[in-house]
Design a protein around this ligand. Structure first.
Ligand code: FAD
Length: 584
């Protein structure tokens, strides 16, 4: 096969964004994935967005990513969460038709110039003279490339648990990737294990919805993508979700079967997502709670399959039957797929630079679940950033790094590479110190300039956005200029009215935040020389030297967020750097 500029391993949420970004930025790209029928598969919940995650999808969209557009196409229910609170924490979320989502993404990959897709398993990354040179597939084919982006998700030595039985697999019904992580371990990469889990799926024809509370979508629904026609979107067909609860019988069944739980018998060693616990975990940790919510979410327009959100479990199949049948409305329900847990290899992300390139091997990037994150949105955002940076580096251009005051995506990458993870990392609004500024409604104003400068937002899209931005600025200045609606489209006058209201509400607080950013910004963004020698710094404690050497932060801001690095250590580093500069 011909040589490519970039090979992306894995067509999950990270891999699709990475491959599209590289190809659209003019690089020849190959996306290699184990199963072409599982492109951008939602391994768990058929939903995109949610608190803080929804903001990230809007950011991704403003930067020229694909997740928002695909969600608008494949969504079957749209809700803006947190609407009882201020717009700073409003978060869009959509239930999706899972097959439609996958097909829509596959279509986009297939029709993308510069991009080739291939069903194959990468078994080894080829390194020559410390640089990435390509991959080898399971059938022994060698494909050469200048760069590789690894986005293998939960597949690296994936081990599936149902009760005390376990077997290898990347997801249920799919093979795991058994040798790839060994090839990286041999190169010196650190590897650890994490765990996640999923609930049973149910046959909707056997659910008694009359006993449950209906959860309709918003009317009118608000789209994810800045480029979706909001007028047409108002007519979008939506399906309902349903709410029921666990009860004392459910909890008794779980408690009396903990001896058959791989989680409580120590069979599962990897740490699971704290904020997405299994039902057995919830019963044990919150023993005082009398019931837990169970949302029944449709998996598609053309299927009766329902996702039982809230009862993720790795208990044995017979226990899962009893749990489901103990819940009101599910007394006679058929389980059509059992829940399970999965353990997998990941690479502690302190091994990465801010561009998501590995420190150990040039032109090798990691993105998504392999970096210890959980969630489609976190994965997609990393995929996009890795793709952009890979393409920029190949063009000999400066890296693209988002600051913490610009985007949740910036917050996430900063935390991953400086602090690492000891449990699956997911995004929350509370992680962002400047969340009043990082809203879902202003992702375009924050980031579309960047999207345009990388080329992922084209001139036509950008000029419409720019018209909207000018019209908004005029309104905020009190000028009554009348911009023709078709020049703004798909932005609308309604959106301008909304932003004016938000500005009225937040302007003084945002001004204060900007002042803080300005004051701290100089130090926050002060770059550390790449070859800085912490070992030779006088006055720096050995622990601090070790911590700084492990992460090798790019800026003083990042150095200050490394766990265990104190303000005193930072002061010592600054003094040493100043002395060095002065030649003392
Ligand atoms: C059982 C289960 C439960 C989950 N539960 C939750 C949850 O509750 N909440 C949550 O937020 N997230 C959950 N997730 C995680 C969510 O699925 C991931 O965060 C997200 O899909 C990660 O995207 P990704 O692109 O990194 O990887 P994935 O979506 O896993 O995609 C990886 C892709 O890489 C391909 N691949 C792997 N190895 C190779 C190879 N060697 N060669 C070629 N192709 C390869 C695979 O075929 C796959 O297409 C769960 C995942 C699973 C499996």
């Amino acid at each position: 096969m011909e040589k490519f500029n970039v090979i992306v391993i894995g067509a999950g949420h990270a891999g699709c964004e990475a491959a599209l970004a590289c190809a659209r930025m003019g690089q020849t790209a190959l996306l290699v994935t184990m199963n072409l029928d599982a492109i951008a598969q939602m391994s768990c919940n058929p939903a995109i967005g949610g608190i803080a995650k929804g903001q990230m999808v809007r950011e991704l969209d403003a930067l020229g990513g694909e997740m928002g557009k695909v969600t608008d196409e494949a969504g079957l229910q749209f809700r803006m969460l947190n609407m009882s609170r201020g717009p700073a924490v409003w978060s869009p979320r959509a239930q999706c038709d899972k097959r439609l989502y996958s097909l829509s993404m596959k279509n986009r990959l297939e029709s993308q110039p510069n991009l080739k897709i291939l069903q194959a398993e990468a078994t080894r990354i080829i390194i020559e003279s410390g640089k990435t040179a390509g991959i080898e597939t399971k059938t022994g084919t060698v494909i050469n490339s200048d760069s590789v982006i690894l986005t293998a998700g939960t597949f690296l030595k994936g081990l599936i648990h149902v009760g005390l039985t376990h077997f290898s697999g990347g997801r249920f019904g799919e093979l795991s990737s058994e040798t790839l992580s060994d090839s990286l371990k041999a190169l010196g990469f650190e590897i650890k294990r994490l765990k996640t889990g999923t609930p049973p799926r149910l046959n909707g024809r056997t659910i008694d919805f009359s006993k449950m509370k209906e959860q309709p979508g918003d009317n009118p629904p608000i789209p994810f993508s800045h480029f979706t026609n909001t007028q047409e979107f108002k007519n979008k067909l939506q399906l309902a979700c349903w709410l029921t609860y666990t009860n004392k019988t459910t909890h008794d069944i779980i408690n009396s079967n903990l001896d058959r739980s791989p989680l409580y018998q120590g069979v599962i060693k990897g740490i699971g997502p704290r904020y997405c616990p299994s039902i057995e975990d919830k019963i044990v940790r919150f023993a005082e709670r009398e019931r837990h919510q169970v949302f029944l979410e449709p998996e598609g327009f053309g299927t009766h399959e329902f996702y039982a959100n809230g009862i993720s479990t790795s208990l044995p199949e017979d226990v899962q039957e009893k749990i489901v049948h103990s819940i009101v409305g599910l007394e006679n329900t058929q389980i059509i797929r059992y829940g399970y847990a999965i353990e997998y290899d990941f690479f502690p992300p302190t091994q990465l630079k801010s561009t998501l390139e590995t420190k150990a091997v040039e032109n090798l990037y990691f993105a998504g679940q392999v970096n210890g994150t959980t969630g489609y949105e976190e994965a997609a955002a990393q995929g996009l950033m890795a793709g952009i940076n890979c393409a920029l580096k190949l063009k000999g251009k400066e890296p693209f790094i988002l600051n913490r005051d610009e985007a949740y995506i910036g917050v996430m990458i900063d935390e991953l590479i400086t602090r690492g993870v000891d449990e699956p990392y997911r995004m929350f609004t509370a992680r962002a110190e400047y969340r009043l500024m990082l809203r879902s409604d202003n992702a375009d104003l924050r980031l579309m300039d960047h999207g345009h400068s990388t080329g992922l937002i084209n001139d036509e899209q950008f000029s419409r956005f720019d018209n909207y931005r000018k019209a908004l600025a005029d309104r905020l200045d009190g000028k009554e200029t009348e911009m023709k609606e078709e020049l703004l489209f798909p932005w609308t006058k309604e959106k301008i009215d909304f932003e004016v209201e938000v500005d009225k509400k937040y302007a003084p607080y945002i001004l204060r935040q900007k002042e803080v950013i300005e004051k701290t910004g100089k130090l926050e963004n002060k770059r550390l020389p790449e070859n800085v020698n912490y070992d030779s710094m006088t006055g720096l404690l050995t622990e601090a030297k070790q911590r700084l050497n492990r992460v090798r932060p790019a800026t003083i801001g990042q150095a200050s967020r490394i766990p265990g690095v104190t303000p005193a250590d930072i002061a010592v580093v600054l003094i040493n750097l100043a002395k060095e500069k002065a030649g003392k």
